[in-house]
Design a protein around this ligand. Structure first.
Ligand code: HEM
Length: 360
């Protein structure tokens, strides 16, 4: 059902309009207001992505990117739940968190509280949407409400969309801007390409079609996610006994983890220059040339491939063009030559990404 919705032209243009408004009404004014001061770009991009995904998923605006950057209860509870869930994976033994959960103590008590808060707020969103009426609204929740009556199911859809679409996009954009701050020649080529397609007036907004006419920018985004995939690793559990293509036997219940971060840095997979940021590897005769999703599982592959992939790419291109054409973004922390990531479901740079933004 979700794949049908996300593939439709109307939802894509709805999403594009939301992102364009958030960029021009909030992101650009916020960067102008904070120009020439140090700003955590990772925090800004997380707020930006949260506003977008909430407006897209259930038509309500948390306003996290308003000029005074208010805290949202929903975002805070969300962050805490994802952080504590991810920390389960780094426990010496799963037994530890399972016992804590049973006794309702420590981090598991905190996690239970945070999940309760997320569920309460999501329930409230559904109630409000019912009260305000949903039939003429375009957000995802309203679309689903026409066919689904079970509120718990609706709540789970809403939460999984926020989870899937917020941190991933923010993480991808953070590492993209970090790479560009170290590769000014690549940024200049993006500018050249955008001037060719859109013209040189900085104030022009890219159209949906124009974002699809820039193979170099697309290559830059794919290449940055090869080195810094937003979902660094992901696990599945075998539903039944199985055998891998190389003959490895997998017993029912086995946890199998694939690791896009490691795969993106393997010489056997990407060649001897695998650690270099080289968008050209995605281009053939000037056209974007995709790789198999099994070589590049950044959006996963197969039947459970990311449903928001195209939407995410268009959102990222829209942000990239709008910022690169207007601002110079300089990293201010030398220690970020090698970013360190915090444990989490998606890649988050420890200590954020401090930058100085100035008008181009
Ligand atoms: C750069 C951005 C993104 C990346 C790297 C990404 C990556 C992924 C990955 C790796 C999965 C598989 C997760 C798993 O099965 O454990 C996934 C699933 C999913 N993604 Fe994304 N995602 C991104 C953006 C988005 C956005 C913006 C949306 C929605 C608007 C979205 C919606 C979904 C959904 C609904 C699924 C579940 C698909 C299913 O289970 O059938 N994603 N994504």
């Amino acid at each position: 059902m979700a794949s049908l919705e996300l593939g439709s032209v109307s939802i894509r243009s709805y999403a594009f309009d939301i992102v364009t408004r958030e960029i021009h009404d909030r992101l650009i004014p916020l960067l102008h207001k904070n120009s020439n001061t140090v700003l955590d770009l990772q925090d800004v991009l997380r707020r930006f992505a949260f506003d977008n995904i909430c407006r897209f998923s259930f038509g309500l605006d948390p306003g996290c990117l308003e000029l005074d950057m208010p805290m949202s209860e929903f975002a805070v509870a969300f962050d805490l739940s994802s952080k504590l869930s991810a920390e389960r994976a780094i426990c010496v033994s799963p037994l530890i968190w399972k016992v804590k959960r049973l006794l309702n103590i420590g981090s598991e008590k905190e996690l239970r509280g945070a999940i309760k808060m997320v569920n309460l707020l999501a329930d409230e969103v559904i109630k409000q949407r019912r009260k305000l009426g949903f039939s003429s609204n375009q957000d995802l929740l309203s679309r689903f409400m026409g066919t689904v009556n079970d509120d718990t199911y609706l709540r789970d859809i809403v939460i999984s969309f926020v989870l899937a679409g917020r941190d991933t996009v923010a993480a991808a954009l953070t590492s993209f801007f970090w790479l560009l701050s170290n590769h000014k020649e690549i940024e200049s080529r993006i500018l050249e390409e955008s001037n060719r397609v859109m013209g040189t007036d900085q104030e022009l907004k890219p159209s949906y079609e124009q974002t699809r006419e820039m193979p170099y920018l697309q290559a830059c985004l794919y290449e940055s996610m090869r080195l810094y995939p937003p979902v660094q690793f992901d696990s599945k559990f075998a539903l039944g006994d199985d055998v891998f293509p190389d003959g490895t036997f997998i017993r029912k219940g086995t946890r199998v983890t694939y690791h896009p971060y490691a795969m993106g840095r393997m010489e056997q997979v990407w060649g001897s220059d695998c650690l270099e940021y080289k968008p050209e590897r995605w281009l053939q005769k000037g056209l974007f040339s995709p790789e198999s999703l099994f070589k590049y599982p950044v959006f996963q592959g197969g039947v459970r491939v990311c449903l928001g992939k195209e939407m995410a790419l268009v959102e990222m291109k829209n942000v990239a063009l709008s910022l690169i054409r207007r601002f110079k973004i300089i990293a201010t922390d030398e220690s970020l030559k090698k970013p360190k990531f915090a444990p989490g479901l998606t890649a988050t740079v420890n200590g954020g990404f401090p930058v100085m933004v100035s008008k181009r």
